[in-house]
Ligand binder design. Structure first.
Ligand code: BMA
Length: 381
């Protein structure tokens, strides 16, 4: 092409619109100072979710149904030869200065597991069953009405709450990759708030109080503690009926990056399709909200305790997700036999478990993303 002023004008215009397109597509986390790796993760998860969803597992590297703390082991890897793409970890107990979390995972080991998962290219998500300042015995499950009022600014437990956040911040701030960079985490505090089983639940505080609790926590950790490696996940139970209901306690677009809810299979999936229908329609609902708000969405906790149905993965979970372009689905922890409930408590299969074959089928689908595939996508670059 011959160079003339008309051509160069055209070039400038094309570049201008191309740049605009790129900036329009680029997602910015709610924390305006989010680190490069955090911004990259946010955008790369979005790209990845167009092709398929990541599969995650709580406490995956710490223990499984028949083992505890064996180097490199994972129940999911025992079956597939691959790790989950998302690693869920839990901070409950850290606020009290405990060395282990409420499920007995030592925080110093958790830190190492987080680094390992991150270095391999996986994604880290953190939940926090924060204890109630009134109920150390019942912990997060102490539903004394009005607890939230006491921890937000002006409340009698506000200083205590700040001291708790300092401990959370020290942990999240200590997560560093091999170049000294902060490891990005998807933080999901005050989860399942549409239920009434935690002290931050629906019947335990007002909408305004919940929002204040969230916004205070966001501001304290980002501004005061200068943590810029967090993507913030808003999370309800699976019991909302409308978009309006889902958003009742939504604290604002400026403090949330991802929308999610938790839901579990109950009863026999071969007799009733409520889990498939319920989950699918609610994911569609939050997917619409996420699209309107230019945010991501996920199924942040799910599973079928002890997986008694051998085809639950391809016949139930896969259908429940359907064509919703979720970022990830996280299976809850593989505790094994639980004395308190006198039941087996696990949500991912282990070698020999009846749904093992179907899980492998699920693994081999193009739409499901485990660590090897996700590592190729270089989520932090
Ligand atoms: C629940 C159960 C409990 C556990 C808690 C917090 O769903 O798995 O055993 O203590 O989550 O991780």
């Amino acid at each position: 092409m011959k160079y003339n002023s008309k051509n160069s004008m055209l070039c400038v215009c094309i570049c201008f619109f191309a740049m605009q397109e790129i900036t329009a597509q680029r997602l910015m986390p709610s924390d305006k100072k989010a680190t490069k790796e955090t911004v990259n993760l946010y955008n790369n998860i979005k790209k990845l979710s167009a092709k398929g969803f990541m599969v995650g597992h709580q406490d995956d590297l710490a223990y499984g149904v028949n083992w505890k703390y064996e180097k490199g082991r994972s129940d999911i890897k025992d079956i597939t030869g691959d790790y989950p793409a998302v690693y869920g970890w839990e901070l409950g107990g850290i606020e009290l200065g405990h060395k282990k979390n409420l499920d007995e995972v030592p925080f110093d080991q958790m830190k190492q597991f987080i680094k390992q998962g991150y270095e391999r290219g996986g994604v880290i998500t953190i939940s926090w069953h924060a204890s109630s300042p009134f109920g150390f015995e019942k912990g997060a499950w102490d539903t004394t009405h009005g607890t939230v009022t006491t921890v937000i600014p002006g409340g009698v437990n506000h200083e205590l709450y700040k001291a708790w956040l300092d401990k959370v911040a020290a942990f999240i701030g200590s997560l560093k990759g091999s170049r000294g960079e902060a490891i990005p985490v998807l933080f999901r505090p005050f989860h399942e708030h549409t239920g009434s089983w935690f002290w931050w639940g629906k019947n335990e505080c007002s909408e305004a109080e919940y929002k204040t609790l969230w916004r205070f926590t966001f501001n304290y950790l980002t501004t005061q503690k200068k943590l810029h490696n967090i993507l913030w996940i808003f999370n309800t139970g699976g019991d909302f009926k409308t978009k309006e209901e889902y958003l009742e306690r939504y604290p604002g677009d400026d403090v949330v990056d991802m929308l999610s809810f938790d839901t579990y299979q109950n009863g026999d999936p071969q007799k009733s399709d409520w889990f498939v229908k319920n989950t699918n329609s609610r994911l569609a609902m939050i997917g619409q909200i996420a699209a309107e708000k230019n945010k991501l969405f996920a199924l942040a906790e799910t599973g079928f305790e002890a997986i008694p149905y051998e085809k639950w993965w391809t016949e139930t979970l896969l259908k429940a997700i359907g064509d919703n372009k979720i970022a990830y689905v996280l299976l809850w922890r593989n505790h094994g036999y639980q004395e308190s409930t006198k039941r087996m408590h696990y949500y991912a299969p282990y070698k020999g478990q009846i749904s093992e074959k179907d899980f492998l089928k699920f693994y081999n689908l193009e739409i499901t993303q485990f660590e090897k595939q996700v590592a190729k996508a270089n989520l932090y670059k």
